[in-house]
Design a protein around this ligand. Structure first.
Ligand code: HEM
Length: 210
């Protein structure tokens, strides 16, 4: 590819939009999910308090001792399914699992299907971070079925900063706050708006200082 000013601008725009809406969507999904599943929020608080305490900030060095936090991030990435799919183009005629794919065909992965597949997750509509914990050790268990950053050569370039940002924002926010739904505000449950980035229909959350 020829490097031009146009390419440079397009790359910066890709990085900017790739990094902002996705992380915003994940953090707001996490807040909504915790307000709907308060027992999970309580377990998250307990881990933060026991590993980090209340007087200092959570840093990345705490991460290895925070399996529940890792599981919360994984389950939020699954449930939030930030990106519905990004289109790709077949660059040549090819065969894939018995299908003939013609050159120039538009190909769109269905991340929602991956994240809510009943055969894989059994109860996909339930926010259950424990599905990512090893039942015998309690440690975080990575699942090959979770692909929130996609896979292959065009997988998300920002996976590492995204994971770090999610961990730091969520732990430091929930270290200080209990968050619950305002019962007088709109109650939209976990309904989502389908777009390129998947947002939810806003409900009202209330921050309660611990
Ligand atoms: C929770 C946050 C994020 C999620 C869930 C996410 C997810 C994804 C997914 C699913 C793709 C599509 C890969 C494909 O086409 O197969 C993608 C692409 C991309 N993401 Fe992210 N992303 C996140 C954060 C970020 C951040 C923080 C950055 C930048 C620092 C970023 C930059 C990009 C770019 C530039 C691409 C296009 C890569 C390419 O086509 O080569 N993303 N992301």
């Amino acid at each position: 590819m020829v490097s031009t000013d146009k390419n440079l601008v397009a790359t910066i725009v890709d990085l900017y939009f790739g990094a902002t809406d996705t992380i915003l969507s994940m953090l707001t999904w996490m807040i909504l999910l915790f307000t709907n599943f308060p027992d999970k929020q309580r377990k998250f608080h307990e881990e933060i308090e026991s590993v980090v305490g209340t007087n200092r900030r959570c840093t990345l060095s705490n991460r290895p001792k925070m399996p529940y936090t890792e599981a919360v991030a994984a389950e939020t990435l699954r449930f939030g399914t930030a990106l519905q799919g990004i289109s790709h183009r077949a660059m040549q005629d090819t065969q894939f699992k018995g299908f003939a794919v013609k050159k120039e065909t538009l190909i769109m992965p269905n991340f929602y299907w991956i994240c809510f597949n009943l055969k894989v997750w059994a109860d996909p509509d339930i926010f259950r971070p424990e599905r990512f914990l090893d039942p015998s050790t309690g440690w975080f268990k990575r699942s090959d079925n979770l692909l929130p950053f996609s896979t292959g050569r065009r997988a998300c370039i920002g996976e590492t900063p995204a994971r770090y940002t999610l961990l730091l924002f969520s732990t430091n926010l929930f270290q200080k706050f209990n968050i619950r739904l305002d019962t007088l505000g709109p109650q939209n449950g976990l309904k989502a708006v389908n777009s390129i980035v998947r947002f939810f229909v806003p409900s009202t959350a209330t921050l309660v200082i611990k």
